[in-house]
Design a protein. Structure first.
Length: 223
């Protein structure tokens, strides 16, 4: 599976990078109590330290809002997924539990304030490209809406678009039957290389600690 960043993305976001982690033999289930406790504690601390009014002061939120504006996307209309998760929690809503893979992914997303995506590799075909959406790019999203992806940053395989730093598709979602997974970390232009590498390493360690399996590939692609 070859993964590339399209030249149009490099032109609009020259400092953009994409973290990639591939997992084999994962065991996805309900999140264990240990993970639930850790996440709930994090949410409590987040609410003490931050508020909706100061959410744009968070570097990851600020960085991706700036990136969306460069792409011509209104960040107040189409929010980065990490910001949407943070807003939900800061509004007092509970953490939305799905399964151990998705829950770890979403926790890492709010912890780093960066869009993270986790996908079932068995639902994907051929090579993957990170590119700007075309008029024909659309998919049923995990938010229950038909997502029109024209002019938006997205991930696509040979079947078409399946993910983005806004919301992912139903087609590539991870379930308890998923065993081979691929995770993408969307790094905005302001993140130092060392910080991106640390985030990639900590994500891989936490994911395998909770879901088992092994990391078969781990790398960062630069625009």
């Amino acid at each position: 599976m070859n993964i590339t960043i399209n030249a149009a993305v490099s032109q609009k976001l020259p400092g953009f990078s994409l973290g990639v982690i591939e997992y084999e033999g994962s065991s996805v289930s309900d999140s264990p109590k240990m993970l639930q406790g850790r996440i709930n504690f994090f949410v409590e601390m987040l609410r003490l330290d931050r508020s909706i009014e100061t959410i744009t002061d968070i570097p990851g939120v600020h960085g991706w809002r700036a990136a969306f504006k460069k792409l011509g996307i209104a960040p107040s209309r189409y929010r980065p997924s990490s910001e949407s998760l943070l807003r939900r929690l800061l509004q007092g809503n509970p953490f939305f539990w799905v399964n151990s893979a998705v829950d770890v992914n979403n926790f890492l997303s709010v912890h780093h304030a960066l869009p993270f995506g986790i996908y079932d590799k068995s639902a994907l075909q051929g090579d993957i490209v990170c590119r700007i959406g075309q008029d024909t790019d659309r998919y049923p999203g995990l938010n229950g809406r038909e997502m029109e992806m024209a002019s938006k940053l997205l991930l696509a395989d040979e079947q078409g678009a399946f993910g983005s730093p806004i919301v992912d598709s139903v087609r590539s979602k991870v379930t308890e039957a998923s065993t081979n997974l691929i995770q993408f970390l969307f790094f905005h232009e302001e993140i130092p290389v060392e910080e991106a590498e640390q985030a990639l390493g900590s994500a891989a360690r936490m994911f395998t600690e909770v879901n088992g399996g092994t990391v078969s590939n781990q790398r960062i692609l630069h625009a």
